[in-house]
Design a protein around this ligand. Structure first.
Ligand SMILES: NC(=O)c1ccc[n+]([C@@H]2O[C@H](COP(=O)([O-])OP(=O)(O)OC[C@H]3O[C@@H](n4cnc5c(N)ncnc54)[C@H](OP(=O)(O)O)[C@@H]3O)[C@@H](O)[C@H]2O)c1
Length: 340
């Protein structure tokens, strides 16, 4: 039986879902992969951290988080003061980087990933910031130290968008893509079609845990723009920062525009697009009215979809229905197994 030790940098919604998935899959991992997975370190921003080289108790970690208590009481070692020192102190084989996204510079997550790789850990992240701001640098470092750097969950949660390209589309050339990549705005637009006001729809999204307390990143199109940036950077080989994507959110859409569109058989969707233009990629995020002949017309609620246009196949569409932190957690587990 091979033992794998994990460090979690960040223990929020995704970390919680990941530990639950780990509990659910422990038997499969032992039986089918001969793997015993231990969590030897967990650190947070304001809720402390815990270190145990022998493996922390997953149930205790989850309970402590749910009680909103500090994790330090679970630690068998003194907790370092900051996250970089924590990464350095933790004995682990794989680091899961699941701290908050920074649209503007990808920090401090880039430093965390740099530290993890330099220390000889494989690194798996769900954080889009480091991919748009430091993909080439981090990938080069991972190659140099011969460690995996994987990030399937950054776009469309657990849907295998990136590994599909890596594993199953050799020599294919991505010329453009178009999709719905932000769950919160798709949910809000859906609610507004049922005559729920914009403010009430935002509140409903927050109550369901879909939208953040500060939902501007979703509403102004930043989350969608950074996802366009990830796909352009990784799949089209052309770096594209969130502020280089032409971006318009859903804030300006009125209730009347939405119900009028529906009455004429159309739906407003926050569409993400990217297309090669010479040596560059033009990325766009904006609300567009789509008709029922468009595959994106049928993408409802929190679902996401993307259609890829390549030089070898007809349009290839991936649809992910009702994703959440649990599907993001699965993307990370898939990366974990692929890193070994
Ligand atoms: N939620 C999803 O379904 C989803 C989907 C795809 C990708 N993602 C990405 O996954 C990441 C995590 O998302 P989430 O929903 O789990 O976020 P979250 O619930 O806000 O949790 C973030 C975690 O990071 C910790 N943290 C903050 N600053 C830190 C620091 N300097 N060092 C170490 N830990 C720090 C927080 O600790 P405190 O609470 O103590 O501050 C918290 O435990 C984000 O980058 C997000 O964009 C999420």
């Amino acid at each position: 039986m091979r033992e794998i030790r994990l460090l979690l940098v960040g223990f929020g919604n995704v970390g919680d879902a990941f530990l639950q998935l780990l509990q659910r899959k422990q038997k499969t991992l032992r039986k089918d992969y001969a793997l015993k997975v231990l969590v030897t370190g967990v650190c947070t921003g304001t809720h402390g951290g815990a270190l145990d080289p022998g493996g922390l108790d997953l149930e205790q970690l989850l309970q402590t988080k749910r009680n909103q208590s500090q994790l330090n009481g679970l630690s068998v070692e003194v907790i370092p003061q900051d996250t970089l020192s924590f990464i350095n102190a933790c004995e682990a084989d794989i680091m899961l980087e699941i701290s908050p996204v920074s649209y503007s510079d990808g920090q401090p997550a880039i430093r965390f990933i740099h530290e993890g790789l330099s220390k000889g850990m494989h690194v798996i992240t769900a954080n889009k910031g480091p991919i748009v701001h430091a993909y080439h640098e981090l990938r080069a470092l991972a190659r140099e130290v011969q460690r995996a750097f994987l990030f399937e969950s950054t776009v469309m949660d657990g849907a295998p968008i990136l590994s599909m390209w890596r594993e199953t589309l050799p020599a294919a050339h991505l010329t453009s893509f178009r999709g719905i990549l932000n769950s919160t705005t798709n949910f809000i637009l859906n609610e507004m079609e049922s005559s729920v006001s914009f403010d009430a729809a935002v509140q409903k999204a927050q109550e369901r845990g879909i939208a953040e307390t500060d939902p501007t990143g979703d509403l102004e199109g930043w989350d969608a723009a950074i996802k366009v940036g990830v796909l352009s950077t990784v799949l089209m080989g052309t770096p594209l920062l969130p502020n280089e994507v032409e971006r318009k959110g859903i804030m300006g859409l009125s209730q009347t525009q939405i119900t009028d569109a529906l009455a004429s058989g159309k739906r407003w969707k926050l569409i993400c697009m990217a297309e090669r233009e010479g040596a560059k990629v033009r990325g766009v995020v904006k609300p567009i009215q789509v008709t029922s002949s468009d595959p994106l017309f049928h993408v409802s609620g929190t679902s996401s979809a993307v259609t890829f246009h390549t030089d070898v196949l007809g349009p290839l569409t991936v649809l992910e229905e009702n994703p959440g932190p649990d599907t993001t957690a699965y993307g990370m587990l898939a990366d974990l197994l692929n890193s070994l």
